[in-house]
Design a protein around this ligand. Structure first.
Ligand code: GLN
Length: 254
C-alpha cells in the first residue's frame, strides 16, 4: 500500500470514530451531578465489595434521572460541604437524607418531600439513666456535623456536644464509652442497631422530631426542581417508588 493510501485510511478511521463518539454524546443529556455524604445507611453507603454507592436515595435518584432521560454521576463529600457545592455549581443536586428546613431553604431549592424521617436518641444497652430528651441534660452527646441532630443537641441544657464527620464515627464513640448518647435520624439508627454493628445499643424515648427529606438543587434552578418533582410523581404513580421503598425498608405501613 502506498504511503498516501495508508494516510487516507488512518484519517478515515479517525474521522469515523470521532463521528461515532459525537453521536453517542448527542443522544444523551449530560449526566446529573449528584452530591451525597455516603455514610448514611440505608440511604447512601458504599457497597463493601463493589464499592458502588448504594441505598434508598441512590436507587431513587437513579430512577428519577432515568425518568428524565439522563444518568447520575455521584460525588461523595462531607455533609456540611453539600450546600456550598450546590452554590458553587460543582454539583447539580443533593440527595443525602437531607431534611427540608427553613434555614437551608434560604440557600437552596428543595424538591417535594420524598421520605418521612425524624430524630431519635441512641444509647448503650446497659444505660439505665437516659430514657428521654430531658435525661440528656448535662450529658456528653455525639452528633454529625451540620445536621438537624447537631441543631437539636444545641437545645439541651448543660450538655457537652461533640461533632463528628459521619454517623458511624459518632456511633463508634458511643460504643467506646466516650459519649452517653447519639442524636441522629431514626431510620439510620434502626439500620445500625439491626445490621451495622450496633447490637449493643438501643433507642430510647419518643422520636424527637418529624422531618421530611428533600432533594436540593441550587436556589436559581427552579427548572431542575420542577423536573425532579415531575419524575418523583411519575415514580409514585407507576409503582417504582414503592418497589425501591420496600427493597430497603420492607412493606410500607399504609
Ligand atoms: N436529616 C439530617 C439532616 O438533614 C441528617 C442527614 C445526614 O446526616 N445525611 O440534617
Amino acid at each position: 500500500m502506498s504511503k498516501k493510501l495508508i494516510t487516507l485510511f488512518v484519517s478515515g478511521m479517525l474521522l469515523l470514530s470521532l463521528g461515532l463518539a459525537g453521536c453517542g454524546g448527542q443522544q444523551k443529556n449530560a449526566a446529573l451531578r449528584v452530591g451525597t455524604e455516603p455514610s448514611f445507611a440505608p440511604f447512601e453507603f458504599q457497597d463493601e465489595k463493589s464499592k458502588d454507592f448504594v441505598g434508598f436515595d441512590m436507587d431513587l435518584i437513579r430512577a428519577i434521572a432515568k425518568q428524565m432521560g439522563t444518568e447520575v454521576q455521584v460525588q461523595s463529600m462531607g455533609f456540611d460541604a453539600l450546600i456550598p457545592a450546590l452554590e458553587a455549581k460543582s454539583i447539580d443536586a443533593v440527595i443525602s437524607g437531607m431534611t427540608i428546613n427553613e434555614e437551608r431553604a434560604k440557600k437552596v431549592k428543595f424538591s417535594k418531600p420524598y421520605y418521612k424521617s425524624g430524630l431519635a436518641i441512641i444509647v448503650k444497652n446497659d444505660n439505665k439513666t437516659i430514657n428521654s430528651f430531658k435525661d440528656l441534660e448535662g450529658k456528653n452527646i455525639a452528633v454529625q456535623i451540620g445536621t438537624s441532630g447537631a441543631e437539636e443537641a444545641k437545645k439541651i441544657k448543660d450538655a457537652k456536644t461533640r461533632e463528628f464527620n459521619t454517623p458511624p464515627e459518632a456511633f463508634m464513640e458511643l460504643k467506646a464509652g466516650g459519649v452517653d448518647a447519639v442524636i441522629n435520624d431514626k431510620p439510620v439508627n434502626d439500620y445500625f442497631i439491626k445490621q451495622a454493628g450496633g447490637q449493643d445499643t438501643k433507642q430510647v424515648g419518643e422520636p424527637l422530631t418529624s422531618e421530611d427529606y428533600g432533594i436540593a438543587v441550587a436556589g436559581s434552578n427552579a427548572e431542575l426542581a420542577a423536573k425532579i418533582d415531575k419524575a418523583l410523581d411519575e415514580l409514585k404513580k407507576n409503582g417504582e417508588y414503592d418497589k425501591i421503598y420496600e427493597k430497603w425498608f420492607g412493606p410500607a405501613k399504609k
